[in-house]
Design a protein around this ligand. Structure first.
Ligand SMILES: Nc1ncnc2c1ncn2[C@@H]1O[C@H](COP(=O)(O)OP(=O)(O)OP(=O)(O)O)[C@@H](O)[C@H]1O
Length: 637
């Protein structure tokens, strides 16, 4: 049976196995249906109704920005409404100053988008390049919102003006021009129905644009970032840049919503920066479903509809009832209303594609169930290995540690370890618990900065390089505890690794198919990684390292959780890896180390203690004393 790799168009991320109509995510017809219904209704409903629905659509756009930033990129921007407010104020100020001359406010709307994007860029740069933790991102964004609320509330004095626009303090900016389209004498003002039509059209275009973006490699990288930032960085992605980009895009969309909001009400006040507004955005998205773009609008409709029915938020019981609704939704439908609806639809229409993971339907790449590489023998096996290993764009590299020290608050985890591993082949590291082996690996990949000492890849010093920079130079690692994207499919896990190296969708698909075959996981390509066994998790992570065309591979206890049979297979697999990369393996299983037949270095108390063949080390009295616990039995042999 042969591997069939379907040629890809660059807009699709994986080869197809389902029919085309089965591949349409329900989300898309949903957006189209709502857009058409909204557009049609805009022409016939009463103006007061159109006015009210326009607000919901505008809020929906704000919620979409939060869905994108939080649900898809994993950044809990609690103060997303700050960017909404900034966009609204920018629209108001530019609109008041220029619309009289230009007869339009599209430029003011563009200013709202631009200023909000710039504000997001400045704030995002500080947060993401300053390595601020996730919790602090939520706190900082909320703090910025509240600071803006306080500041804008103190601008009542007429001296606070920008051009002709008075900021107005707590009362806000009045006299904001409505949405003015060019044409006619002094611009064309939209009536409420026209504004609803335009709002629906803008929301549809933006939502569809984000939907398309999420189906591109950028979207999958964001999913990786959300699921496992460390792994994403260790694959070579500059996570700071991707987070910043996502935050700026979300900021621009929030700014657009803010501009439309100011135009809708011809007014903007510091209320947009209030805690209540910030919380509402999170509630809308939680109710609708935090990964569903359409859900953002559903969440707004449910919450605002309920709020209006209870008296427009003015009734004293409204916050209590809304709070109860939120708790009920979070407990009963933790994924949100729309994903719950999709799940129900999936039961009724089992063949219809409904988004399962964040990225809809992936498909296996093999032509049916394929026998795995290690089930084969001789020429067959080496041909399949060639598929996975062949064509490596870069040669294996030496890696050198010079006198590495690492101290953790008084504990000297590494105390002057030096090691030079020459290109290609396998090298084993052994040592008792706490000898410093994992710390050594973490220093080689850049997760830790050494207290002193140097790391060289070939001849290049890389001690000051970030983990993603080292990964791009060809260092791949399988961590002691498998670091995977558990919610993403097996295919997506490998694909993200392959794409980091090749930056091309077709090449990444081909590479992924070859590596999946090599790992015997082709038949499970569309399963979430969480569905695999512990042993398969190890294979999968090794496959991710392999897929990225590494020059140096670090495997920290690769056989943990594997059966005896799997452990024997791992020997073959590691030898395959060593054909194109320098492989260093940390292991406690001495039988496995013996089968690898590689030179061994033993660590003890943070230093290199002994080197040689495993047989030579086993015959060394000092090693037996220290590591094998002579007299106390050999726990690891
Ligand atoms: N992040 C950390 N903070 C504080 N101490 C640490 C940290 N990481 C490791 N250590 C300490 O450094 C020493 C070396 O740990 P390390 O995990 O590198 O050893 P190891 O040889 O990999 O052990 P094992 O075989 O059990 O995984 C231990 O004493 C450990 O407690």
């Amino acid at each position: 049976m042969t591997l069939r790799v379907v040629p890809e168009r660059s807009s699709r991320l994986e080869p197809a196995r389902r029919r085309w109509w089965q591949r349409i995510p329900l989300e898309l017809p949903g957006v189209a249906g709502v857009t058409l219904a909204g557009g049609a209704l805009a022409g016939v409903i009463a103006p007061f109704q159109a006015q009210s629905w326009s607000l919901w659509v505008i809020y929906g756009l704000l919620a979409v920005s939060f869905t994108f930033v939080w649900g898809h990129a994993g950044i809990f921007s609690f103060g997303q409404s700050a960017l909404f407010g900034v966009g609204g104020y920018a629209y108001a100020i530019v609109g008041i100053n220029v619309s009289g001359r230009t007869g339009e406010t599209l430029s003011a709307l563009a200013a709202g988008v631009l200023v909000a994007a710039l504000a997001a860029a400045a704030l995002g740069y500080f947060m993401f390049y300053g390595n601020v933790g996730d919790v602090y991102v939520a706190i900082i964004t909320l703090a910025v919102t509240l600071v803006l609320f306080t500041f804008m509330s103190t601008t009542a004095d007429p001296s606070y003006h920008i051009g002709e626009a008075l900021l107005g303090g707590y009362n806000g900016v009045v006299g904001v021009p409505p949405l003015l389209l060019p044409g006619g004498d002094g611009g064309r003002v939209l009536d409420p129905n026209g504004l609803l039509f335009v709002s629906v059209a803008v929301a549809a275009v933006v939502t569809f644009g984000i939907h398309l973006m999420l189906r591109r490699p950028f979207g999958r990288i964001l999913a990786g970032l959300r699921e496992n930032e460390l792994r994403t960085q260790l694959l070579g992605y500059d996570v700071r840049r991707y987070k910043l980009l996502a935050f700026v895009i979300g900021g621009a969309v929030a700014g657009l919503a803010g501009g439309l909001f100011a135009a809708w009400g011809t007014f903007i006040s510091p209320g947009v920066f209030s805690l209540q507004q910030a919380s509402l955005v999170a509630i809308w998205v939680l109710v609708g479903g935090r990964r569903s773009l359409l859900g953002a609008f559903v969440g707004v409709a449910v919450v605002q509809g309920l709020s209006d029915a209870l008296g427009g938020g003015g009734g004293s019981a409204t916050p209590i009832i809304l709070g109860a609704v939120l708790i009920a939704v979070v407990l009963a439908l933790p994924e949100g209303a729309l994903p719950a609806l999709y799940a129900a639809a999936r039961r009724v229409l089992p063949t219809f594609a409904v988004p399962r993971s964040a990225h809809g339907d992936a498909a296996a790449t093999a032509d049916g169930e394929m026998p795995g590489l290690l089930d084969r023998s001789g020429a067959d096996r080496s041909a399949a290995a060639e598929g996975a290993l062949g064509g490596a764009p870069r040669a294996a590299s030496a890696i050198t540690a010079v006198d590495l020290r690492k101290e953790f608050g008084g504990v000297m985890a590494l105390d002057g370890a030096s090691l030079n591993v020459t290109p290609n082949g396998v090298h084993c590291l052994i040592g008792p618990n706490g000898a410093g082996k994992s710390t050594f690996f973490n220093l080689l990949v850049g997760r830790y900065r050494p207290t002193s000492g140097q790391v060289l890849l070939g001849d290049e010093p890389i001690t000051r390089r970030r983990p993603d920079e080292r990964a791009r130079r060809g260092i791949g690692i399988k961590l002691q505890v498998p670091s995977l994207y558990h919610e993403l499919q097996v295919f997506e896990n490998i694909w993200l690794a392959a794409y980091a190296a090749v930056h091309d969708v077709d090449a990444a698909n081909t590479r992924t198919a070859a590596v999946l075959a090599w790992l015997q996981l082709s038949g499970k390509a569309d399963k979430p990684a969480s569905a695999l066994s512990h042993g398969e998790h190890q294979w999968l992570e090794i496959g991710m390292v392999m897929a990225s065309y590494p020059r140096v591979v670090l495997l920290d206890e690769p056989t943990g959780g594997m059966t005896r049979e799997e452990t024997l297979r791992a020997v073959t697999l590691i030898h395959d890896l060593a054909r194109t990369a320098t492989v260093i393996v940390v292991e406690h299983d001495m039988e496995f180390v013996r089968r690898l037949g590689a030179p061994v270095t033993m660590f003890h108390e943070g230093r290199v203690f002994a080197s040689g063949s495993i047989e030579a080390l086993r015959a060394d009295e000092r090693v037996l004393d220290i590591y094998l616990g002579r007299g106390a039995g050999n726990a690891t042999d």
